[in-house]
Design a protein around this ligand. Structure first.
Ligand code: AMP
Length: 410
């Protein structure tokens, strides 16, 4: 099957076409500045990137341009849009309604729309993208893969906030967690690398990118994760504060004489390692600055590693043990120094990091020694491939169900 994978933001749309049999990416790209002017990037496999300006007043035009580019006679990878067997959409917030991926029919879209309050920045643009695709490809099945779904197995003791219980009942306020598609993909791959069944192992997945989260996966099921009602909770991130005393929010607003909205803008966009260092949200810049003697850049890196260490330690306790600790996403895959610093404090678990760690940038590799009691891995995440696999599984099931119905004359 040829699957179009789409990830919509408020002014952007990332896309990939994946051949599900080979799992090869046939083409990928990005629409940016939707609703402003419009820039399309397109890269067919093995060829150079093409980038050009094209008017994208709304997501519909962005989808149309992507399809036009994919079927371009000169450098397209499809002869017709009919070659697209299904579309897999990355959906952000599924609330408590979606514990797995699902076919996006009108009823499901209505339910997602009802969850907009939980993710006002993320869910509405996703819905706009899905509806635009449905209009242009009315007969192509669409599947939604939710960032929150994998974490739905958490027990109430892990997801409940210690607020008046009625807020959970009335407003669905609780820990949801995000990056679930990545945590699931990486945890499953780790089991494969260890030659074990997911049911038989305890894994801690450290998804360390510009947005960062950690999850504890016991027997293939998520039992804890660091992000909360929104992706703001948990680890120190590129520009997000992560855990802070909630009183800080009121204190900043009061001292700086700014609104709640402006305060949240600071907590989301001007905090994290950028806020501490004043240098950058990018770890490459921070490492360079720290090496050149910048103390705040060094502090930002130290604080980041400290928080990751703290979460891993608590998740070992939550699971009463751990078999593997895995690093993924931009920092996790590419920053050996961060991995080594974090693992320093786990020698008590019998963890020994192999010097090979220093040379691993984006490759799948065990970075603990062969006799390390707990195994440590780098596993590159691939959310698009996970979305493609889910899409194929759901669409195939649907085809089987429809065929059975026809055979039975129902
Ligand atoms: P992601 O959000 O997963 O795309 O990760 C993006 C982040 O990964 C960047 O902001 C950097 O902080 C980090 N990153 C990417 N490449 C490197 C690298 N070679 N060394 C250190 N950090 C990196």
């Amino acid at each position: 099957m040829k699957i179009l994978v789409i990830n919509c933001g408020s002014s952007s749309l990332k896309y990939q076409v994946i051949d599900s049999e080979t799992e090869h990416v046939l083409a990928k790209g990005l629409c940016e500045r939707i609703g402003i002017d419009g820039v399309l990037t397109y890269q067919p496999a093995g060829q150079d990137k093409i980038k050009y300006e094209a008017a994208m007043p709304a997501h519909r035009q962005a989808v149309e341009l992507v399809l036009k580019q994919l079927t371009d006679p000169e450098n397209g990878v499809l002869t017709s849009i009919d070659e697209i067997d299904a579309v897999g959409h990355r959906m952000v917030h599924g609330g408590e309604k979606f514990a797995c991926s699902t076919l996006l029919n009108d009823e499901v879209l209505q339910t997602v729309e009802e969850l907009n309050d939980l993710a006002p920045l993320h869910n509405p643009p996703t819905l706009v993208g899905v509806r635009a695709c449905k209009e242009i490809l009315p007969d192509t099945p669409m599947v939604g893969v939710f960032d929150t779904a994998f974490h739905q197995t958490m027990e109430p003791k892990a997801f409940i906030y210690a607020l008046p219980y009625e807020y959970y009942e009335k407003y669905a306020m609780r820990r949801y967690g995000f990056h679930g598609t990545s945590h699931r993909f990486v945890a499953q791959r780790t089991a494969e690398l260890m030659g074990k069944k997911p049911e038989d192992i305890k894994v801690i997945v450290c998804h360390l990118g510009n947005g960062a989260s950690i999850s504890a996966v016991n027997g293939g099921k998520c039992v804890e994760t660091s992000m909360g009602l929104t992706p703001l909770e948990g680890l120190i991130m590129g520009t997000r504060s992560g855990d802070i005393d909630p009183t800080c929010i009121e204190y900043i607003a009061h001292k700086e004489n700014i609104s709640m909205e402006e305060t949240f803008e600071i907590i989301n966009k001007k905090s994290g390692v950028l806020g501490i260092s004043g240098v950058s949200s990018d770890f490459r810049d921070l490492e360079e600055a720290a090496n050149n003697g910048n103390k705040r850049a060094a502090l930002a890196l130290d604080a980041f590693c400290h928080h990751v260490t703290k979460y891993i330690g608590s998740y070992v306790a939550v699971m009463n043990g751990v078999d593997a600790i895995v690093f993924t996403a931009g920092i996790g895959e590419n920053a050996p120094g961060v991995r080594a610093q974090v693992m320093e404090n786990f020698k008590y678990l019998g963890i020994e990091i192999d010097p090979v760690n220093d040379s691993i940038h984006g490759d799948e590799q065990m970075i603990s020694t062969a006799d390390s009691k707990v195994k440590v891995f780098v596993v590159p995440t691939n959310e698009e491939l996970a979305i493609c696999r889910d899409t194929v599984e759901i669409v195939t099931k649907e085809i089987v169900t429809e065929t059975v119905k026809k055979v039975l004359g129902k």
